[in-house]
Structures are given as C-alpha cells and as structure tokens.
Design a protein around this ligand. Structure first.
Ligand code: SF4
Length: 121
C-alpha cells in the first residue's frame, strides 16, 4: 500500500495575510452567468496569472504547492493546467522545491500530415 502525502487546503479567504484567492472573488468576472473556474479553464488561467486584470493571484504559489503535493489531477490550480502540473511533476519527481509556476506549455501544432507508416519487410 502506497502512502500519499496530503496537505490541507489553507484558508483562501480575505482574512489571510496574503489576501483572498482570486477564485473566491466572483466580482472579478461580472456579467458571467457561470463559474469560470469550473467552465472556462483558459479564462480561469488568465485570472490566476494576472492576464485578465493585471494582478497575479496573491495565493498562486501556495495554491500550486497544495495541488502538486495533493496530486490534483483536474482543473486550474496555481495558474497551471493539469497537464502542465503533471509535466512539472514528471520533470522534477520528488523535488517540491522545483515545483514553481511556469507559463502554459505551447499546444502541439496542428498537422495535416498523415502518419508515415513503414511497410513491414
Ligand atoms: S492561483 Fe489558485 S487560489 Fe489563486 S485564483 Fe488561481 S486557483 Fe484560485
């Protein structure tokens, strides 16, 4: 049986000395009739990383740390897509000091080429 380290989520609220997590502030996305953190990952990422309003979430570093330690496989955490968090974990396994924010990976460029199959000889 494996042992899985888990950290409790901190208080993301406004009383924390680093400030309130931006995902707890629905006034940041007025006029939207949905929770962008569940239904619009690209926009959620922009909110985390300040591309939306010029303010990086004050809790981004610890948010990423919590997600990495807890192996959160879904959603936006710490301003990163799940695939990018996975890539970070695979690149630096067991090295939490290297689990720091990185910009989203470029998506694979589309290709119209058919895969090249070699005929068996
Ligand atoms: S970095 Fe984490 S805490 Fe901050 S807005 Fe994004 S998901 Fe919420």
């Amino acid at each position: 049986m494996g042992i899985r380290a888990v950290v409790n989520a901190p208080d993301w609220g406004e009383s924390h000395h680093r400030g309130e997590a931006k995902c707890r502030q629905p006034h940041l996305t007025p006029g939207r009739d949905h929770d962008v953190f569940f239904e619009d990952e690209p926009l959620a990422l922009e909110i985390c990383n300040g591309d939306y309003d010029g303010q990086i979430c004050p809790r981004r570093t610890e948010c990423l740390r919590v997600a990495m330690i807890n192996k959160e496989n879904y959603g936006i955490w710490g301003g990163m897509y799940s695939r990018d968090r996975l890539a970070l974990r695979m690149r630096y396994p067991g090295m939490p000091e290297r689990w720091t924010w990185r910009p989203p990976a470029e998506p694979e460029p589309p290709t119209n080429e058919e895969p090249q199959w070699r005929a068996a000889s």
